[in-house]
Design a protein around this ligand. Structure first.
Ligand code: SIN
Length: 285
């Protein structure tokens, strides 16, 4: 049996890292799993090139990180309730799924800690995913501003995209995925605006333009003004990693630390990914 050495190559700013020297199609030995978890905690987004995986293997790898999260509003693969197919057909005219800055399912009481995305078919142009580092964005704020906003709670809801009259209910031209809007999306849940990360102890801004709809105790105009500032600040290019995919690459990101945004630019080409989530805890102040 050959022993692989885990290689971690972080981006120069420390946000995002490539991991090599592991075979994700088999259970990771204890030290390798610990090295992967440590890199994930340190860098927020990690990717593993050259990892062809079956559905069973993708599920088994995900379960090494924790139990599956709950993925509403998108029809999963047949007989695979925990795998979503993120697919846009070559002739599709709908919007790019996940094509605005967001953190996955932040409206849930316990949003997913991690999302795992496995590339099956990658278009020859476009289709990058952008990631924004909420931890460095928090750390770049002045101590005065941090002290002012640290006690706040932000209100999250899925109504905008997934409500019965929301974005996806009105959209036409989607063929690759089945989105399931509904009234249950029209509830709201509040979370600390900058929770402490349960593993690293580092705070990160935890608001996003898709699901965060206000600030508890503020008027709509006040909440909009503050959130508008934070959304612009968080997605400043200084905090952004642009991720270029290759077929069979597996990427996972920490929803407690970063936002992501799927870009388009590949009309006329198929893009096909399989996605799972890992359950998380309730964000804590
Ligand atoms: C998502 O938001 O999960 C989709 C990301 C992507 O397709 O790049």
């Amino acid at each position: 049996m050959t022993t692989l050495t885990v290689g971690v190559r972080p981006n120069p700013d420390g946000f995002g890292a490539e991991i090599t020297g592991v075979d994700l199609s088999r259970p990771l030995p204890g030290p390798a799993l610990e090295a992967v978890k440590a890199a994930f905690a340190a860098h927020g987004v990690v990717w593993f090139p050259g990892q062809p995986l079956t559905h069973d293997q993708l599920e088994a790898f995900t379960l090494q990180l924790g139990p599956f999260g709950w993925d509403p509003y998108v029809k999963p693969l047949e007989d695979r309730p925990h795998i979503l197919e993120v697919r846009r057909d070559a002739d599709e005219t709908s919007s790019v799924f996940g094509g605005s800055w967001h953190s996955d399912w932040s409206f849930q009481e316990t949003p997913p800690a991690a999302t795992v995305l496995h590339a099956k078919v990658v278009p020859p142009v476009g289709g990058d995913t952008l990631y924004a580092d909420g931890a460095r964005a928090w750390e770049a704020l002045s101590p005065t501003f941090q002290a002012m906003i640290a006690p706040l709670r932000a209100v999250h809801s899925a109504a905008g995209p997934y409500g019965s009259t929301g974005f996806y209910a009105r959209e036409t031209g989607r063929t690759g995925m089945t989105i399931l809007p509904g009234v249950e999306a029209e509830t709201a849940f509040s979370h600390p605006l900058a929770p402490v990360h349960p593993v690293t102890g580092r705070r990160a801004l935890f608001v996003n333009p898709v699901y965060t709809v206000g600030i508890e105790g503020m008027t709509e105009a006040e909440g909009k003004a503050l959130l508008g500032f934070l959304f612009r600040h968080m997605t400043d290019e200084a905090f952004v990693h642009r991720h270029r995919w290759a077929a069979n690459m597996l990427t996972m990101w920490d929803n407690r630390r970063c936002l992501h945004n799927a870009t388009g630019g590949y009309d006329g080409h198929l893009r096909l990914m399989h996605r799972t989530t890992v359950a998380g805890d309730r964000p804590r102040p």
